[in-house]
Write a protein that binds this ligand. Structure first.
Ligand SMILES: [Zn+2]
Length: 98
């Protein structure tokens, strides 16, 4: 993956790939999670390239909602998961460099 930093709503988020990623909030193995306070998106390094980009889009949606101040919905997987998967597929299927 060639992306190391993205601006979301005026805030810089760095993208970090790590082995055996564990979400510190629930100690679960995850493909990705976002530390909003530090502005860091973590993604599991062992994923293939498409799953890395799919996970990045997913975490970006969390970050976008967080930065809008949507405190009720920023962590709602029922919104973020399907929207993230669909956004990734549309960007990928239409060669929009993702
Ligand atoms: Zn999520």
């Amino acid at each position: 993956m060639h992306i190391s930093k993205l601006n979301v709503g005026g805030v810089n988020y760095s993208i970090t790939l790590e082995e055996n990623l564990i979400d510190p909030s629930n100690k679960q193995h995850v493909w990705g999670y976002t530390d909003y306070a530090k502005g860091v998106i973590y993604i599991d390094k062992s994923l293939n390239e498409q799953h890395i980009m799919q996970t990045l889009v997913h975490e970006l949606l969390h970050a976008m909602l967080w930065e809008t101040g949507a405190t009720e919905s920023y962590n709602d997987e029922n919104i973020v998961n399907p929207l993230g998967n669909m956004l990734y597929s549309v960007l990928h299927a239409n060669d929009l460099n993702i």
